[in-house]
Design a protein around this ligand. Structure first.
Ligand code: BG6
Ligand code: MG
Length: 217
């Protein structure tokens, strides 16, 4: 079966660049300061979900009032934003730019579907914002992953339907969002992305035409 793929929609953190690690380190610093046990393993559950939901999962049911929640989210974001000063174009993960360029050359539109409110500054620091035809971020929709809304919003901006778009995601919540929305899903990495139509360890050696062919086989 030959698929009519017209767009690739990429998650940012953990797919295009390794900011997933910076998100973890920022939550870890906050958790340590507050005496909340929080491990790298715990952090897997925070992949892809919003800042608020990340806080909920980090707290694991510990009750806090709203003012404290706002304080925690602000501090975490401050730590995260401070770490972005380390980001340069060299932080684009191997293979990502090649895949974007192959897709563009093949006439495939490029979208960003990141839950992060920091997605645009990160893309700017990476120097690749101009490669995206539409950027959906943490400000675009109310219902965040695993709801499909962000990918549907981005597909709408690109003028494609979900069956014409492939979502690249490193998070279980993101793969779930893609599948619920009726998109093709490529899982990236070692997190729980096995429900995706295709799973790749990373974008190194990922090729646009091969991915479309593999999804259609
Ligand atoms: C996602 C990350 O892309 O964005 C999550 O995978 C993060 O770890 C979420 O919590 C929200 O990011 P931000 O920058 O708006 O706090
Ligand atoms: Mg991610």
């Amino acid at each position: 079966m030959s698929l009519d793929i017209r767009a690739f929609i990429f998650d940012l953190d953990g797919v295009i660049t390794d900011t997933a690690e910076y998100h973890f380190l920022a939550w870890k610093r906050l958790a340590d300061e507050e005496g909340i046990p929080f491990t790298r393993q715990d952090n897997e559950a925070l992949r892809g979900v919003s800042r608020r939901e990340s806080l909920n999962r980090m707290l694991k049911g510990r009750p806090i009032d709203e003012a404290t929640a706002q304080n925690y989210m602000q501090r975490k974001n401050d730590y995260y934003v401070a770490s972005l000063s380390e980001i340069t174009p060299a932080a684009v993960l191997p293979g990502a730019i090649n895949l974007l360029d192959e897709a563009h050359a093949a006439g495939i539109l490029i979208g960003m579907g990141s839950a992060s409110k920091n997605a645009r500054p990160v893309l700017d620091k990476l120097g690749i914002a101009y490669k995206f035809d539409a950027i959906g971020d943490g400000y675009s929709v109310v219902n965040t992953k695993p709801a499909p809304d962000l990918f549907i919003w981005t597909a709408g901006r690109l003028g494609v339907s979900p069956t014409q778009a492939v979502v690249f995601e490193d998070a279980e919540a993101g793969v779930a969002a893609a599948l619920t929305g009726g998109f093709w899903a490529v899982g990236i990495g070692t997190a729980d992305v096995g429900k995706a139509h295709l799973v790749l360890p990373d974008l190194a050696n990922a090729h646009a035409k091969e991915i479309v062919a593999a999804l259609g086989s």
